[in-house]
Design a binder for this molecule. Structure first.
Ligand code: 5AD
Ligand code: SF4
Length: 470
């Protein structure tokens, strides 16, 4: 680390601060990766910039999951070109890097199509960013770095150095996926399923808690497949599953809330369901994508579960933790989806009664089996189905939020609210909560009474006698 940092600093040729602009597309994993890239570049003198104008380094951290991702990146690169030229005309230099899943998937093509790009770096090589940037500055070296070298990625990334901006942090515990759902690019872009060791995760969460973080969300594309190396001295246990990891982290001083995302129904085990009952720090909110309610479509999607399997898991979760809020992901218009298949999706949504659910029109991802399937659904049909599904899911979310009115809930306050004198945070069920209250409660959990609800947020008043001190 030190060597590469020195090399890059030396090539900068001066000691002035450099400005770094990162544009993040897509999922929480990318948000997390962007933060780590920022941390990694801070020792080289890069300071965050709010806009690309005049920046010394611009990183587009891309997402490949849905259609037009690559086109969006190319049009952003088009907008960056004049900024790069302006900077050069003024005697400076703007380095442009494309990172993330589009970088992984499109690799060399990006450099060919957009010569404005200096560096293409895949998700497994971020720890080498300082070295790559040094190479670019030296005007030599390999500009394309997308090989999978997952083993040392997390070892090399520094422990989070960023000043705490919030009291809720994301920690990647697992990457990649072996499920190969036929619509999805993740197994190709993020590679094989892989878990971090329990001790590494624990050290990172402990450091975050010591800096004031009260809540962590454990991230992984297929997080409930987690099977990390056991802690030192516990080798005889063999790999630990997610439930054991959660219980272990729950003992960390100062850490009050744990969440995780995203899970696959096929990797649910009894122990994880039990953890929702026996671990109070594990929040009663669970994101479990189903994608479709039709067994025929689930089979074509290679999901390896039926609608009944999914509903049985939800039932067991609710038996373990009756107030658990369920969220999910749905896709409409997968190839071959008939009106009856779509109705099965609506039926499943009615049976689950989601607290929140994301829904998407199927989009053809080149290289995935779904893209080559017969029976691609007309765009207008997809659109119309999506509207019907979203009307149902929106009404469910609204009803779930409305059911909170009059209830007392513990809220983790994370920031000042939009209006003066207001603070904002999250309920155990991940709802945004706004409340009049003093700034000193930011970073703490306090009891509130819910006074109103909309589709996207709750309003509340503090319950003073129950407000917790530090
Ligand atoms: N088309 C539409 N939605 C998709 N998703 C993933 N790939 C596609 C695709 N090709 C959705 C899934 C997944 C979520 C992260 O994005 O619902 O769970
Ligand atoms: Fe993609 Fe999730 Fe399926 Fe893995 S389980 S292939 S990440 S949709």
């Amino acid at each position: 680390m030190t060597e590469t940092a020195n090399a890059a600093t030396a090539t900068s040729g001066d000691k002035t601060r450099k400005r770094l602009f990162i544009k993040t597309y897509g999922c929480q994993m990318n948000v997390y990766d962007s933060e780590r890239m920022r941390d990694l570049l801070t020792p080289l003198g890069y300071e965050p910039a709010e806009a690309p104008e005049g920046a010394d380094l611009v990183i587009l951290n891309t997402c490949h999951i849905r259609e037009k991702a690559a086109e969006k990146v190319y049009s952003e690169l088009g907008r960056l070109r004049p900024l790069k030229e302006e900077k050069a005309a003024a005697g400076g230099a703007m380095t442009i890097a494309v990172a993330g899943c589009v970088a992984q998937a499109e690799g060399a093509e990006i450099r060919a199509r957009a010569p404005v790009v200096d560096l293409v770096v895949g998700p497994q090589a971020y720890h080498k960013l300082p070295e790559f940037i040094a190479n670019v500055h030296r005007g030599r070296g390999e500009a394309l770095q997308t090989e999978f070298e997952v083993e040392d990625k997390f070892d090399a990334l520094a422990a989070p150095a960023r000043q705490i901006e919030g009291y809720s942090a994301f920690v990647t515990v697992q990457e990649g996926c072996d499920k190969f759902c036929t619509f999805c690019v993740v197994p190709y872009t993020r590679g094989a399923e892989w878990s971090r060791a329990v001790d590494q995760v624990t050290a990172e969460v402990r450091a975050l808690a010591a800096q004031g973080v009260r809540e962590v969300t454990l991230l992984g594309q297929n997080v409930n497949a987690y099977h990390g190396a056991p802690p030192a001295g516990r080798e005889a246990d063999g790999p630990w599953g997610l439930a054991r990891l959660v219980r272990h982290l729950a003992r960390i001083d100062g850490l009050e809330r744990i969440r995780f995302t995203t899970s696959h129904p096929g990797d649910m085990d009894d122990d994880l369901i039990a953890a929702f009952a026996d671990t109070p720090a594990l929040m009663p909110y669970f994101h479990l994508p189903v994608q479709s309610g039709s067994d025929r479509i689930l089979k074509a999607m290679n999901r390896r579960h039926t609608a009944a399997d999914y509903l049985a898991i939800i039932e067991r979760l609710r038996a373990a933790r009756p107030d658990i809020a369920i969220s999910g992901d749905m896709i409409v218009g997968f190839p071959g989806e008939t009106e009856a298949d779509f109705e099965a999706t609506m039926e499943l949504a009615r049976a689950v009664n989601y607290a929140a659910c994301f829904s998407f029109k199927y989009s053809r991802r080149p290289g995935t089996p779904g893209a080559a399937m017969a029976g691609q659904v007309d765009e207008a049909v997809k659109h119309e189905r999506l509207l019907r599904l979203q009307a149902l899911l929106g009404a469910q979310q609204e009803a779930f939020n409305a059911s909170m009115t009059g209830r007392r809930l513990p809220v983790l306050f994370e920031r000042a609210g939009r209006n003066h004198g207001q603070i904002a945070g999250r309920s155990p069920y991940l709802q945004a909560v706004h409340c009049d209250g003093p700034d000193r409660l930011i970073g703490q959990i306090a009891q509130v009474e819910i006074t109103g609800a909309s589709r996207n947020a709750l309003s509340a008043r503090l319950v003073p006698e129950e407000t917790r001190a530090a």
